[in-house]
Design a protein around this ligand. Structure first.
Ligand SMILES: *[C@@H]1O[C@H](CO)[C@@H](O)[C@H](O)[C@H]1NC(C)=O
Ligand SMILES: *[C@@H]1O[C@H](CO)[C@@H](O)[C@H](O)[C@H]1NC(C)=O
Ligand SMILES: *[C@@H]1O[C@H](CO)[C@@H](O)[C@H](O)[C@H]1NC(C)=O
Ligand SMILES: *[C@@H]1O[C@H](CO)[C@@H](O)[C@H](O)[C@H]1NC(C)=O
Ligand SMILES: *[C@@H]1O[C@H](CO)[C@@H](O)[C@H](O)[C@H]1NC(C)=O
Ligand SMILES: *[C@@H]1O[C@H](CO)[C@@H](O)[C@H](O)[C@H]1NC(C)=O
Ligand SMILES: *[C@@H]1O[C@H](CO)[C@@H](O)[C@H](O)[C@H]1NC(C)=O
Length: 548
């Protein structure tokens, strides 16, 4: 009886599912809002499953080992592929707790946020004999602390006990100062490694990773503005050096552009813009970006790496939705093919890389999906998010947390729950389904997913439209309330209303001086919001994208 009954249900489902689907694509608002609530709760459960297991079995050590229900003091291991010079007497820095702070705020758990803040204030110290990777420690620990400090102070009722006296900022400043000896080199290019207690170790390697070192300016720059110190002068110097030699398609570009949004510096936009155009010209092949040597422009590897999946999210910020959409779809296709996104996939042979078959719970596809959904409101992206959530729950959830996948062909697990699963993967999935945290506020997310508010007081010069206090120019109150920061300011906003003309804004957009677009000189023309190209004044006296 029972099997028959379930079979009937399967048949009924198969029969109605095409109808079901056509209803869903016809944008039934109540269907999608119920779906979003349901998915948001699923993601919330995932976060707490990861978080509470960390607290139970690993805290105050760095990360959870979910299979053996134990811990690893991995801050000193991050980026250290051969596990050299590991500390003898280091008991961790509560890394996963630090990484969870901003997620707790986004999930609305102020009580737990406060408890964690107080614990860290009293118990965290960086005066430890541990050699750490500057890039990793910056994006995870410094970024986590600076972001949490700003969240702790941006709302009067976030910390009910009122006992917050900038302790996280004090910790961040202490850590930032411990980074400084790394920059004391002839080139200004920092050492990749530093001992938190003793500074640069004697005979430290001078080799540094190109992928990692361009990603200090958001965290160090924010810290400088908060403390009034000049820490960012050093990173500024370094950025210039780096742009000369170039880097891969990675957080270096991301940070040039996001730092432009956060600090309003024109020269960062110029550097980003020329780099972005070069990437589109030399690395792009249809929806794919092959790896290439930036110094020669020659294609090196025709491979997809799972880290590249962040790129469409960055393109959304830039306003290049069409390109973002087409690349994102290819990543989704590979995710669906394997159930999760493998670390490396050979595009020319359409097969997995022979050794890099792992999936360590990375966030990048969820991140791009989040950006694309909020920029377009196309419910297709919600379905992508749902399938990511379902894969994570069916392949990586274990009793003691969420485990990385060692081999996507066998789904064999590995005893490691990375802190970025809480800082990024869960956070972006949650924000995909519930963006209330972003409504009427404007944030930039660091490469580790820690939000930093966009403040007009930090800007040297930014088009007025991007300053949060001037958001009232949106036509109706209803639009203003419904839209999130992502759809309003930084991302292009395409309002789907049938009555309103579609309105597009992006971070690069600078309006023409006159609303009727008339001009006498090129200086009176702005920057096109979708192509990000400078408009010029035509012979007939109108601003436009006239080709050269
Ligand atoms: C959405 O779907 C629900 C349930 O099928 C239905 O009751 C409702 O009228 C639909 N709303 C719209 C706007 O189509
Ligand atoms: C680390 O933990 C061990 C064992 O609990 C303890 O003996 C040692 O003193 C701790 N080290 C530091 C630096 O706190
Ligand atoms: C906040 O987090 C704590 C620790 O995980 C949990 O026990 C509590 O239920 C959470 N509160 C809410 C409102 O979700
Ligand atoms: C600091 O750590 C100790 C030892 O684990 C704990 O008893 C104390 O409550 C912590 N401080 C705060 C403010 O949580
Ligand atoms: C550093 O290198 C020099 C020259 O090779 C060597 O004499 C010295 O012992 C090394 N120091 C350490 C701490 O390894
Ligand atoms: C994304 O691409 C798909 C497939 O080409 C297309 O149907 C869809 O309209 C595109 N969406 C956007 C927002 O460009
Ligand atoms: C807000 O922005 C609009 C459009 O860019 C501009 O016309 C207006 O003067 C600005 N208002 C303020 C108070 O800055």
């Amino acid at each position: 009886m029972l099997p028959c009954k379930s079979l009937t249900w399967v048949l009924v489902f198969l029969l109605i599912s095409p109808m079901f689907f056509s209803v869903s694509v016809s944008q039934n608002d109540s269907y999608w809002s119920a779906k979003k609530r349901h998915m948001r709760e699923k993601v919330r459960k995932m976060f707490y499953h990861a978080y509470e297991n960390y607290l139970a079995y690993a805290f105050p050590h760095d990360e959870l080992k979910p299979l053996s229900k134990s811990f690893t003091d991995s801050l000193s291991e991050l980026g250290n592929l051969r596990l050299e010079h590991l500390p003898q007497d280091y008991n961790g820095s509560a890394l996963t707790l630090i990484e969870s702070l901003s997620s707790l705020v986004i999930l609305g758990n102020n009580t737990e946020f406060e408890r964690a803040v107080l614990w860290l204030s009293e118990n965290l110290t960086f005066d430890v004999d541990a050699r750490i990777n500057l890039f990793e420690c910056n994006i995870r620990v410094l970024g986590g602390l600076v972001s949490a400090h700003m969240l702790a102070t941006d709302s009067a009722n976030r910390l009910v006990q009122g006992s917050y006296r900038n302790q996280l900022l004090t910790l961040a400043e202490d850590l930032g100062r411990r980074f400084l000896p790394a920059f004391d080199t002839p080139t200004g290019l920092p050492y990749a490694w530093i001992n938190l207690k003793y500074g640069v170790t004697e005979n430290e390697t001078t080799e540094t990773s190109t992928s990692g070192c361009g990603s200090l300016i958001l965290e160090m720059g924010a810290l400088s503005r908060l403390t009034g110190t000049t820490l960012d002068v050093i990173t500024g110097q370094w950025i210039e050096y780096s742009s000369g030699i170039g880097a891969g398609v990675d957080s270096f570009y991301e940070y040039l552009f996001k730092a432009h949004i956060l600090f309003g510096k024109e020269d960062l936009w110029k550097m980003f813009h020329s780099a972005y155009l070069a990437v589109q010209n030399y690395f792009r092949y249809g929806p794919w970006y092959h790896e290439a040597d930036m110094r020669t422009g020659k294609a090196t590897y025709w491979q997809l790496t799972s880290l590249q999946a962040f790129w469409p999210g960055l393109q959304v910020l830039v306003g290049d939705i069409a390109a973002a959409n087409s690349s994102h779809r290819e990543f989704v296709y590979v995710w669906k093919k394997f159930g999760v996104l493998p670390e490396r996939y050979l595009l020319d042979h359409q097969i997995l890389h022979p050794t890099e078959k792992y999936y360590p719970l990375r966030p990048e596809l969820a991140e791009s999906t989040f950006y694309l959904y909020h920029a377009t409101k196309d419910p297709w992206y919600l379905q992508v998010g749902e399938s990511i959530v379902n894969s994570l729950n069916s392949y990586t959830k274990v009793e003691g947390g969420f485990a990385s996948i060692r081999d996507v062909t066998t789904m064999q697990l590995e005893d490691h729950q990375h802190s970025f699963f809480l800082a990024e993967t869960c956070k972006y999935l949650y924000l995909l389904f519930d963006d209330s945290f972003l409504v009427d506020r404007n944030y930039i997310f660091t490469t580790e997913g820690h939000p930093l508010p966009v403040l007009s007081s930090w800007h040297e010069r930014l088009p007025e439209a991007y300053i949060p206090t001037n958001w009232t120019f949106f036509k109706s109150e209803k639009q203003r309330r419904r839209a999130s920061a992502m759809t309003l300011q930084v991302c292009p906003a395409s309002f789907n209303s049938r009555h309103d003309k579609q309105r597009v804004e992006s971070a690069c957009h600078i309006p023409d001086t006159r609303t009727d677009h008339k001009c006498f000189t090129d200086e009176e023309c702005g920057v096109d919001s979708t192509s990000c190209r400078r408009r010029s004044c035509s012979m007939a006296g109108f601003c436009g994208l006239w080709s050269i």
